[in-house]
Design a protein around this ligand. Structure first.
Ligand code: AMP
Length: 461
């Protein structure tokens, strides 16, 4: 996952405005990563970086923003896919080259990072982290070329996998998407400032206008001359991750010009057609499945109610629950409403089942609060294959649908019935076609050949 953003403001802008806007852009991208956050900024001479473990609101203080200053900045919220969750792997990362400094923030996963790192190590490059992002940064720094433009354009075709990148030098911001456009990235404007962000919700939060998506394979340089395309590596097909539509992106964002909320409503409507249920009430597992449950209720005619309330402040905590509290499981995260559930036949809608560890306690919680029947409806097909392109889902053997069929999963979670949205229904709801999306976690059809044994810690030494 991970959220990334970049900003280039005019020379006469308030010198703390860029980092202040970046802070709020990252705040809006918090859902894409809660492990660490960072901002790199420049005043045109050198780069300054603040990055720490924790949520955006915990990482930065007012004095940090003053120290960062600068008229241009990039930022990152991290959810690790390659490299473990520790401060050395937090981003943005900075490399020093003979032509100056470069800061980089990455959303995605480079599947040939191990090979590239071995090649660079053989040339004498030393690595400080286990992250594929450092490999990308060192590879660009080690390229031939008198300018960052040249080095970036030479280096990027060597990468395989998923990368949306923002980079910062003292004189420019760069924004890049991989040739398939697996991870989103969009361009916006606020007055004379240019912005890029993983999702449109970040532009809305800071009052910027959406200009367009950065195109798959596009390399943009943003500086006082504006946003200039300096290379185009587009593949002959597109491959936006369909799981962005299902779960990853904020419901308040648009993906490819289409509202994520509306897509999820359509998924819920199709789910109601494919898997109807005789029930009294439709409830979502909040927050991600709310629009899908709205769609299911509308199409089925069964009333929508909230039956589970999510603790909005749960985030990611470093305080481990005691063994006794751990037994409470999902009860730490959700409170159930007896008033809504008592003696009811309940349809509960969730976006996906990954490992299968959340659904059983949710079904228990609903029954424990009076539900007479529980019909579980899932707004995506069974996830049977590992993601190598930037979603930390699970290893293949940990995915419950890789070794159990739907009936066995139903028994495992203890529901009265279980229905998954079809692949075709999910893809249609996005308004796209399978030829424009990556659906590998459902189908096993990877758009770039992968080594199936590749693990998250592949670069750990
Ligand atoms: P589980 O089946 O217990 O692994 O959890 C599935 C739930 O976790 C889904 O309902 C999603 O809301 C959420 N989820 C899906 N994918 C991810 C992911 N990559 N990281 C964290 N949570 C996820």
């Amino acid at each position: 996952m991970c959220g990334i953003s970049g900003i280039w403001s005019p020379a006469d802008a308030d010198p703390t405005e860029a980092t202040r806007l970046m802070f709020f852009a990252l705040y809006a991208l918090q859902h894409r990563g809660q492990e660490s956050a960072g901002i790199a900024a420049t005043d045109g001479r050198d780069l300054r970086v603040v990055r720490r473990m924790g949520l955006v609101g915990q990482v930065f203080s007012e004095p940090d923003l003053a120290v960062l200053g600068g008229r241009a900045a990039i930022g990152h919220t991290r959810y690790s896919t390659t490299g473990s969750s520790r401060i050395q792997n937090a981003q943005p990362m900075v490399v020093n080259a003979d032509i100056g400094e470069l800061a980089i923030a990455h959303n995605g996963n480079c599947i040939n990072a191990r090979d590239l790192r071995d090649e660079l190590a053989a040339q004498g490059v030393r690595f400080a982290t286990s992250s594929d992002t450092e490999v990308v940064a060192q590879m660009i720094a080690a390229e031939d070329g008198a300018t960052w433009d040249e080095r970036i354009v030479r280096a990027l075709p060597k990468l395989r996998g998923a990368w949306s990148l923002v980079m910062l030098t003292p004189t420019a911001v760069y924004a890049v998407r991989d040739p398939l456009g697996v991870r989103p990235l969009c361009l916006g404007r606020k007055g004379d400032a240019w912005l890029v962000a993983s999702e449109t919700c970040a532009l809305d939060t800071i009052g910027a206008a959406f200009v367009r998506d950065v195109a798959p394979g596009e390399v943009l340089r943003i500086d006082d001359r504006g946003a200039t395309g300096i290379a185009d590596f587009a593949a002959d097909r597109r491959g936006l991750c369909v799981f962005e539509h299902v779960y990853l992106a904020s419901a308040s964002s648009d993906l490819g010009g289409v509202s994520v909320y509306a897509t999820r409503e359509r998924m819920g409507e199709t789910l109601a057609e494919e898997h109807p249920a005789a029930a009294d009430v439709v409830i979502p597992v909040p927050d991600s499945a709310i629009p899908a449950a709205v769609g299911y209720a509308r199409r089925s005619g069964i009333p929508f109610r909230e039956g589970l309330i999510k603790n909005r402040y749960i985030g990611r905590t470093f305080i481990q629950p005691s063994p006794e509290l751990r037994k409470q499981g999902v009860a730490l995260k959700y409170n159930a409403l007896r008033d809504v559930l008592q003696d009811k036949r309940v349809v509960v809608v969730d976006d996906s089942i990954v490992r299968g560890s959340t659904s059983a306690p949710i079904v228990d919680l609903l029954r424990g609060h009076g539900a007479r029947e529980v019909h579980l409806r899932i707004c995506s097909p069974p996830i049977r294959h590992q993601c190598f392109f930037g979603v930390d889902m699970a290893r293949r053997d940990e995915l419950i649908a890789s070794h159990l069929d739907v009936e066995a999963i139903r028994r495992h979670v203890g529901a009265d019935s279980l229905g998954y949205l079809s692949l075709d229904g999910m893809v249609r709801a996005t308004g796209g076609t399978t030829g424009e999306l990556c659906t590998a976690c459902f189908t096993g059809d990877y758009l770039v050949p992968v080594q199936l044994e590749l693990a998250k810690e592949a670069l750990e030494t």
